[in-house]
Design a protein around this ligand. Structure first.
Ligand SMILES: *[C@@H]1O[C@H](CO)[C@@H](O)[C@H](O)[C@H]1NC(C)=O
Ligand SMILES: *[C@@H]1O[C@H](CO)[C@@H](O)[C@H](O)[C@H]1NC(C)=O
Ligand SMILES: *[C@@H]1O[C@H](CO)[C@@H](O)[C@H](O)[C@H]1NC(C)=O
Ligand SMILES: *[C@@H]1O[C@H](CO)[C@@H](O)[C@H](O)[C@H]1NC(C)=O
Length: 292
């Protein structure tokens, strides 16, 4: 067998492995492991409903997908901690393991009863983060389940809330801005104690007499290019035949763009690209590059 034949055979094997997409509408018990304080996780409804509890300042809970992936879409429905959630942080993110890691974050910072949550977003590539944007939710995220989706393809990362894009981080790797493309990630969700900084800059502490603080989850949808070793599948996951690589998914539609602009106009509370003092006048290069 010639070496080019062997190479293309390997490529086919990798492609088949990569195309084994995740399970749509799958349940938490089948798709995830509890990797921190399993006694604080409770599954019911056959694994489709899950609660994670924060019990004390050293005992929260963490969920992690069994599978690793490069590119795709991960979504879940979350109802955040009701009432006084000051000092609590509920997270929903993807991350690689090891040095110079890649990570795409949603973090939900709690507040006193009646005061608004903060939706914090960030992205790390090659270990470098500090690309924060924060939003006020335009609804009460503790009253009902809402759909939080991380979409990641070779063109861009999009954070969606109930199918409304709230933020895009475009791939400007060609212009020297790191973008995650080759490190397999897991998806995670957790609840933990962060009263030192989370609420009003740490001024409002957690009322531990109200513990446990409970985040509720329903249904998880993983449409991912499964990949556990970059050498084995990152090329296949980058391939143009994957569903998320369709040319129309390389930018937002006009109506998505309008939706995002109105959310950003009305609900942004922090944007690192609008914080020149932090950078002493020299803004990160991507801040002056097209994002959409
Ligand atoms: C956590 O709670 C314990 C018991 O109330 C307290 O002694 C300890 O100082 C707290 N630790 C932190 C980091 O706040
Ligand atoms: C979240 O919404 C997207 C559509 O934007 C949908 O494809 C996905 O299945 C939803 N996720 C869940 C867990 O229902
Ligand atoms: C909590 O509420 C206060 C007052 O409305 C607000 O300033 C703050 O941004 C809210 N969120 C957090 C995480 O502190
Ligand atoms: C900020 O810029 C000023 C003037 O160029 C310089 O003196 C100072 O060292 C800079 N500070 C930082 C933190 O880069």
């Amino acid at each position: 067998m010639g070496s080019s034949m062997r190479t293309s055979l390997l490529a086919v094997v990798a492609l088949v492995a990569a195309l084994e997409l995740g399970l749509v509408g799958a349940n938490f018990q089948d798709t995830c492991d509890i990797t921190w304080e399993p006694q604080n996780a409770k599954f019911d409804e056959g694994g489709n409903h899950l609660t994670l509890s924060l019990v004390s300042n050293s005992s929260g809970c963490m969920l992690r997908t069994k599978k690793q992936f490069i590119f795709g879409s991960v979504s879940t429905l979350i109802k955040l901690v009701k009432g006084n959630s000051a000092g609590t942080v509920t997270t929903y993110y993807t991350s690689s393991i090891g040095d110079n890691h890649d990570e795409i974050d949603f973090e939900f910072l709690g507040n006193q009863t009646g005061q608004p949550y903060t939706f914090h977003t960030n992205v790390f590539a090659d270990g470098v983060g500090q690309k924060e944007m924060q939003f006020r939710p335009w609804f009460d995220p503790t009253a009902d389940f809402h759909n939080y989706t991380i979409f990641w393809n070779p063109c861009m990362i999009v954070w969606f809330v109930d199918s409304i894009p709230i933020r895009v981080f475009r791939n400007h790797a060609a212009e020297g801005v790191p973008f995650p493309t080759r490190r397999p990630m897991y998806a995670f969700s957790s609840i933990w104690a962060a009263e030192d900084w989370a609420t009003q800059g740490g001024r409002v502490k957690t009322d531990w007499s109200k513990a446990p603080f409970v985040a509720e989850y329903r249904s998880i949808d993983l449409r991912i290019c499964e990949c556990s070793s970059a050498a084995g599948c990152s090329d296949a996951c980058a391939g143009s035949g994957n569903w998320y690589a369709a040319p129309e998914l390389c930018k937002l539609t006009d109506s998505e763009l309008h939706q995002m602009q109105s959310v950003q106009l009305g609900y942004t509370i922090y944007d690192y690209c609008a914080d020149p003092e932090r950078y002493n006048g020299t803004m990160p290069p991507e801040c002056s590059m097209p994002q959409y």
